[in-house]
Design a protein around this ligand. Structure first.
Ligand SMILES: *Cc1c(COP(=O)(O)O)cnc(C)c1O
Length: 368
């Protein structure tokens, strides 16, 4: 049996080990949050944002975004239909309603034309995702937001290091959220980051992410129901090392991305999605559509690949189809990606031979 071809996984070097050991040895007493502070500053400087808050995970950063914007029951938030469920759940945590809209089939990101049609007088914000390393059409989204007075949250959990037209994804709307969970490009096991240029939003998120403590009134005084969303210093040390190596990680991902495109470019039944080269992706994910004309179904393809120890994945289910949510608008492009989408393994330990093996097996199964 060929070795396990993992869907995702990190690249760990001596630097990460050194930083973690340093945090374990020295990250206590007066330096208990030394690595957290350094990570927040490094990340904010890197993406060119004024404020950053490291959180336990990306979902917490999204939740703090919803809180900071004051979203509440009775409000509507326009949410892209394709994402990991955390995107929608962060909106639900504050009691606001998710109004799901369809995606652009070529980028898998929210379709701006669908946003416009979904705006009502209850609409307060747009929750978009830079999906599978492809940037959402921020110019169009920001124009609609300005026109209707809406706030914009960028779920950039999959997009650490990726850009849209020269600016880092996650820094263009009101708030950006990033993840360092184990399947992302830079990992900490768990980890997240809240980013904004707005001081008031930053202060509100910081307040709610630390139990709503108000030490100005009295030590350990709390003035509202808050959360303990802080990251651990040891985890921050690991993420710091990864963030300092981000250009190297992106270069490795780009190689994997290029190999897939090289080996599968002439395959008539698999259409890989192309990154917008000029916008500079982080190239973290390789995704495609299996043609509906193919003799094998998408699920059968994935099952056969798994039997070869190749851990590919289907497209995400349409969130508006899930039992806790409702569908107000048709989402045919999201459903097509759900049914025909394939996420290819892009773990950072994969070699060119591994990717060739995957592509050879894919072509054997679907035909060339
Ligand atoms: C991973 C991910 C999240 C959640 O991040 P966690 O760090 O796992 O909480 C949210 N949105 C998207 C698009 C993601 O890919």
């Amino acid at each position: 049996m060929y070795k396990k071809i993992a869907l995702a996984g990190p690249d760990i070097t001596q630097k990460e080990i050194d930083y973690v050991i340093d945090a374990v040895k020295n990250g206590w007493y007066e330096t208990y949050d030394m690595h957290i502070k350094k990570l927040e500053k490094t990340f904010a400087d890197y993406v060119g944002a004024k404020y950053a808050i490291a959180t336990y995970c990306g979902t917490h950063a999204l939740h703090l975004a919803a809180i900071a914007l004051g979203l509440k029951p009775g409000d509507e938030v326009i949410v892209t239909d394709q994402s990991y469920i955390a995107t929608a759940q962060a909106v639900s945590y504050v009691g606001a309603e998710c109004v799901f809209v369809d995606i652009d089939p070529d980028t898998l990101c929210i379709d701006p034309a669908c946003i416009e049609a979904a705006v009502t007088e209850k609409t307060k914000a747009i929750m978009l995702v830079h999906f599978a390393s492809m940037a959402a059409d921020m110019d169009a989204v920001m124009e609609i937001a300005r026109k209707h007075g809406l706030r914009v949250i960028e779920d950039a959990c999959q997009m650490v290091g990726g850009k849209y037209k020269g600016r880092f994804a996650g820094t263009i709307g009101d708030i950006g959220a990033y993840s360092f969970q184990g399947s992302k490009i830079a990992v900490g096991g768990e980890g997240g980051m809240f980013v904004t240029n707005d001081k008031a939003l930053y202060e509100r998120a910081l307040h709610y992410g630390t139990f709503c403590r108000n030490d100005k009134i009295s030590f350990l005084w709390s003035d509202d129901v808050g959360y303990n969303y802080r990251i651990a210093n040891v985890t921050a040390a690991l993420i710091l090392a990864q963030v300092e190596r981000i250009d190297e990680l992106i270069a490795k991902k780009k190689k994997i991305y290029d190999w897939y495109h090289e080996f599968l470019q002439d395959c008539p039944y698999m259409k890989l999605l192309h990154m917008e080269e000029a916008w500079e992706s982080n190239y973290c994910y390789v995704v495609g559509y299996l043609s509906e004309e193919c003799s094998i179904s998408r699920d059968a393809l994935l099952e056969s690949l798994l039997a070869k120890n190749i851990h590919a994945r289907p497209g995400y289910p349409s969130m508006s189809a899930m039992p806790n949510y409702q569908r107000r608008f048709p989402v045919p492009c999201s459903e097509r990606y759900w049914k025909q989408g394939v996420v290819f393994p892009t773990a950072l330990n994969l070699t060119k031979e591994d990717i060739e093996y995957v592509c050879t097996e894919v072509k054997l199964l679907i035909g060339e």
